[in-house]
Design a protein around this ligand. Structure first.
Ligand code: ADP
Length: 482
């Protein structure tokens, strides 16, 4: 299958490929060129209900399929994704803009989750509990929660789905996925390959359309038992409160405001290397992106110079061009936010060391930027920038660093560079975050739990903890009689 065959422009429901009832569609635009990539159906409430019905119909069969068999089908899907890695990566770069090399990495990353969960599904153990009654036996079994609704963002259009799908399928759940309107094709391509892999109809359904109506239909449907969402804190809070009012399980991967702390005993070259990954991967558009770079007084100036030198080497352009490391921002709202954050830093007395303006290519491209002298009350310290802007904030001692790092409602990723062992432990323990990178700017892997605290959400993805989010606990008490 090539890239055009994988460009599926209808939704996948119960093993069929469907248009919206009224035939309406929405266009998907390549952010690098402004050209139309294709269009997808605009589903509303009724079509969503039908997709959930299809998932509910498929659920008992999938639940009762032995984990080893489920794992084989998941591995088959993973094989097909790797076989089609290049066309999938091309599709991803077209709809989202990230450099092709990063798209290839994303496909492989998603496959890592599928393969890991394909194995983990075989290890969903229960317990036997020593009984307080001589005639009774107490057992705990774990069972799939049921149909799961997944709502995903545009910044990782493929792997955000793979990591949710992997855990759900391993647990024995069926799924309705609603990808972001900017990037539906990577999701639909997974459905094409899932069908080819032999996943039974209805086990994976992918629908596109009116976000609020789809979300509400998921929350209202009695057979949908869990919502897993990755996206903004604002939408996540809305969905979580509505879902819990209906007693549905929720997993929420929401916004971040990651601190990246450089202490005076850090290896500065390693810290620059880490900051480049933590800040500029995906053009700064990830929820684990370093948003605030906090640097200790004595190494501040030298770190700023070294970072600016590295940032200068980044190449901005269409993700398909050889050597490009920074793609466009996803849309004009994203570009405006970046511009507003930089303007606000300047208004608060900060300085542009590098970049600081839209790129001369025009469109949605922005120059990779380093800002110094950033004030603690600048907007960029509170809000997620989601763009290629590195604001450097000066701190004096460890206490101040911790205080600055934790002074946010968010708690997803954090990073710090230091060598003193006692300091490493102190800081690691005091950071109020779900993820801590120590002397590294990249922590994500399918074998470790990914997720946030505070306003960054609840639940974990990946690892043995990730599958628990898709399981209910059933306690069984057997009375053997006298
Ligand atoms: P972003 O600002 O990064 O696009 P959003 O939280 O708006 O983040 O979007 C993440 C996902 O949530 C997307 O798939 C989007 O369509 C969906 N979404 C947005 N609003 C709602 C809503 N009210 N109900 C359900 N899903 C929504």
């Amino acid at each position: 299958m090539d890239q055009t065959e994988l460009l599926q422009q209808t939704c996948h429901v119960g093993g069929r490929w469907l248009a919206a009832d009224d035939g309406s569609t929405r266009d998907v635009i390549d952010p690098a060129t402004g050209e139309k990539v294709g269009s997808v159906p605009h589903f509303r409430t009724q079509e969503t209900k039908r997709a959930i019905d299809a998932a509910a119909k498929a659920f008992p069969g999938w639940r009762d399929t032995p984990a080893a068999r489920r794992g084989e089908l998941m591995q088959k899907l993973a094989d097909l994704m790797m076989e089609h890695r290049e066309p999938l990566a091309i599709l991803l770069t077209r709809e989202m803009g990230k450099p092709l090399a990063e798209s290839r990495g994303e496909i492989a990353g998603g496959v890592g989750y599928l393969r890991w969960f394909a194995e983990e599904g075989k290890r969903i153990y229960g317990d036997t509990i020593p009984s307080p009654w001589p005639e009774r036996r107490l057992l705990v079994m774990k069972q799939p929660v049921g149909v799961v609704g997944a709502i995903t963002p545009w910044n990782f259009p493929s792997s955000m789905i793979a990591r949710k799908l992997g855990a759900a399928l391993a647990a024995g759940c069926t799924m309705v996925v609603k990808p972001a309107p900017q990037t539906p094709f990577s999701a639909l391509a997974i459905a094409v390959l899932a069908e080819k892999a032999g996943l039974p109809p209805g086990v994976l359904n992918v629908i596109t359309g009116e976000a609020a109506e789809i979300g509400a239909a998921m929350i209202d449907h009695p057979q949908l038992r869990k919502i897993t969402f990755t996206g903004s804190t604002a939408v996540g809070k809305q969905l979580a409160s509505a879902a819990t009012a209906n007693m549905k399980r929720v997993s929420m991967e929401l916004g971040g405001n990651a601190p990246f702390i450089v202490f005076d005993d850090a290896d500065l070259d390693a810290a620059v290397e880490g900051a480049m990954i933590a800040k500029f991967r995906n053009t700064g558009q990830t929820c684990v992106c370093a948003n605030r770079i906090l640097v200790q007084d004595s190494v501040y100036d030298i770190f700023a110079q070294k970072l600016a030198a590295a940032v200068k080497e980044l190449r901005v352009g269409n993700g398909f061009e050889e050597g490009v490391t920074q793609g466009p921002l996803v849309n004009s709202a994203a570009l405006k936010k970046v511009e507003a954050h930089v303007a606000d830093v300047r208004a608060h007395g900060g300085t542009v060391l590098l970049g600081g303006k839209p790129h001369s290519r025009g469109g949605l491209f922005y120059e990779p930027t380093v800002l110094t002298g950033v004030a603690a009350d600048a907007l960029i310290m509170r809000e997620e920038t989601f763009g290629p802007v590195a604001p450097l904030v000066r701190f004096h001692d460890e206490k101040e660093a911790i205080q600055l790092a934790n002074a946010t409602e968010y708690g997803l990723a954090s990073y710090f560079y230091a060598h003193n062992l006692a300091r490493v432990f102190r800081v690691m323990e005091q950071l109020e975050y779900g993820l801590v990178g120590v002397n590294t700017g990249m922590v994500t892997t399918e074998v470790a739990p990914f997720g946030g605290v505070k306003a960054s959400g609840m639940g974990r993805e990946g690892s043995k903890y990730g599958v628990e989010d898709y399981l209910d606990i059933k306690y069984c008490c057997l009375d053997l009689g006298h």
